[in-house]
Design a binder for this molecule. Structure first.
Ligand SMILES: [Zn+2]
Length: 492
């Protein structure tokens, strides 16, 4: 019988990686370097770092760990057989063939042997909202922030245990929750968050079944009533005109956003807008991008229709989310701008099976957009534009529900079956490509690859995903999870 061991507390590490400062001479001498760095006791024999300290995530001075694997899938590049890596101080310190390891090293360094090792996965499009349906009105009525936070505390645990060591959150309470993860109160992934998603009035983030005055008082950038104490503190933010757009970005940066999210077309889950129509004027979009870029943040744009996609790309948005009606002209603009596409196949594929989670108006739009999404996805894969995987999952229901947070793993197999990627391309889109969604202005960590100097965010699998990508769908197949070099999950 297998026993599930899950680490329930840890000391957090910074969500932004620092440049690797370790002097890494050569792979062949790496193990000697490790030996020489171990503390020496009175009898001159190397002292073992205590495994219990590693497992609880408590920081030891010599937080070193050896992992042997039959198959190493590095995130980018070819898989390699019978490899060993040493992680040290939260980073990948060395990579070498297992046969070249110094004899007896396992006596001195805590060692784990796994069948398959790959970088921790990224979900580049989540919503940590703490709501139990896709009806936006629930956010302002029956999900006050404390309740939302309590639900999310379970979600972030489930996300990490399913092998996702990083998420980019594009509207929710992730900024606040990530503080509890970093300080060690909660177990969860690295979080890179936009805070609130910015919408125009009557846009995808407006709540059409509530009075506009009430919605603006809760979600506006110049609120006067209910949320006046903390504008931009919720999951959505309404702004109209260039001045309000500029203020919206500044408020979100003040809150701690590591990217900015804008709704550049209508959406599905909002009741009364049209996914085919552009939202925000070109000038408003440019203001949002300029203000964000000046602060080192890139902008993620939700877009379905072509007009919104083109407007967002021309304004300089760095990632396009959904991209449902993308065509060849959009693809050329993507290439020109070096933008990244995040398809969010999970929400489209599974949303059509769950009318009970949304209004009838939204469900109608869901069916319509679902007709077009797969061909856009295939076009993008064929074209060779950069793709990073994200699910758009965002509801806090038990993980037995396929659309619950914590069920992101299906996105990798959909990338193969629906997008037309190879298995290795899908893994690359969920690992090595993923940090690029945060741009190159200073917010992206050195993560998503098994390479020397990268963050030691790693997962082990019980089966080879190159033979069956469905392995990612079930957390029980994720046998180990390390985040920042610390072990958080171990199935024995
Ligand atoms: Zn979304």
């Amino acid at each position: 019988m297998t026993r599930r061991k899950v680490i329930t507390s840890h000391t957090g590490s910074s969500t932004i990686s620092e440049p690797c400062t370790t002097d890494l001479s050569s792979i062949n001498t790496a193990t000697e370097h490790i030996f020489s760095s171990l503390p020496v006791s009175e009898d001159d024999s190397p002292q073992l770092p205590r495994l219990t300290d590693l497992q609880t995530g408590s920081s030891t001075e010599h937080d070193t760990h050896l992992i042997n694997t039959s198959l190493l899938i590095p995130g980018r590049g070819k898989p390699q057989k019978d490899m060993s890596i040493i992680i040290k101080s939260g980073k990948i310190h060395s990579i070498q063939s297992t046969s070249s390891l110094t004899e007896g090293i396992s006596k001195f360094i805590p060692t784990t042997t796994v069948p398959v090792l790959l970088p921790g996965l990224w979900d580049c499009h989540t919503h940590l909202l703490g709501a139990t349906s896709f009806n936006f009105s629930e956010l302002l009525t029956t999900s006050p922030p404390a309740l939302a936070g309590a639900r999310i505390s379970r979600n972030v645990h489930d996300i990490l245990m399913s092998g996702f060591t990083s998420v980019r959150d594009l509207g929710g309470y992730a900024i606040e929750v990530s503080k509890a993860i970093v300080e060690g109160t909660l177990v969860g992934p690295n979080i890179y968050s936009a805070g609130a998603a910015i919408s125009q009035t009557s846009g995808h983030g407006d709540i059409f079944d509530m009075p506009s005055g009430f919605v603006t008082s809760c979600l506006g950038v110049r609120d006067t009533q209910a949320n006046g104490f903390n504008p931009a503190g919720g999951p959505l933010l309404l702004a109209d005109g260039e001045d309000e757009c500029r203020r919206a970005v500044r408020l979100l940066i003040r809150r701690g956003a590591s990217c900015i999210k804008v709704f550049a077309s209508g959406g599905v889950l909002s009741i009364a807008d049209d996914p085919l129509r552009q939202q925000f004027s070109d000038a408003e979009l440019r203001t949002i991008v300029d203000e964000a870029n000046r602060a080192g943040r890139v902008v993620a744009a939700h877009c379905h229709g072509k007009n919104g996609i083109m407007a967002a790309l021309r304004a300089g948005c760095h990632t396009i989310e959904h991209g449902t009606y993308m065509d060849d002209e959009c693809i050329s603009e993507f290439k020109k701008r070096n933008a990244v596409y995040v398809p969010t196949r999970t929400v489209v594929k599974l949303g059509v099976d769950h009318p009970e989670l949304m209004s009838p108006e939204s469900y109608r739009k869901m069916l319509e957009t679902a007709k077009h999404h797969e061909s856009a996805y295939r076009l993008a894969v064929k074209s060779g534009i950069k793709i990073a995987l994200g699910t758009d999952l965002g509801i806090s229901v038990p993980t037995t529900h396929p659309m619950a947070l914590g069920n992101s793993g299906g996105e990798l197999s959909y990338a193969v079956t629906d997008g037309g990627m190879t298995a290795l391309q899908a893994i690359e889109a969920a690992t090595a490509n993923a940090p690029d969604v945060l741009g190159d202005l200073g917010m992206a960590p050195k993560s998503g690859r098994i390479e020397v100097g990268y963050d030691a965010d790693l997962i082990a699998l019980s089966k080879d995903p190159l033979e069956d990508m469905a392995v990612f769908k079930h957390p029980k197949n994720i046998t180990h999870v390390w985040k920042g070099g610390k072990l958080f999950k171990s199935l024995e």
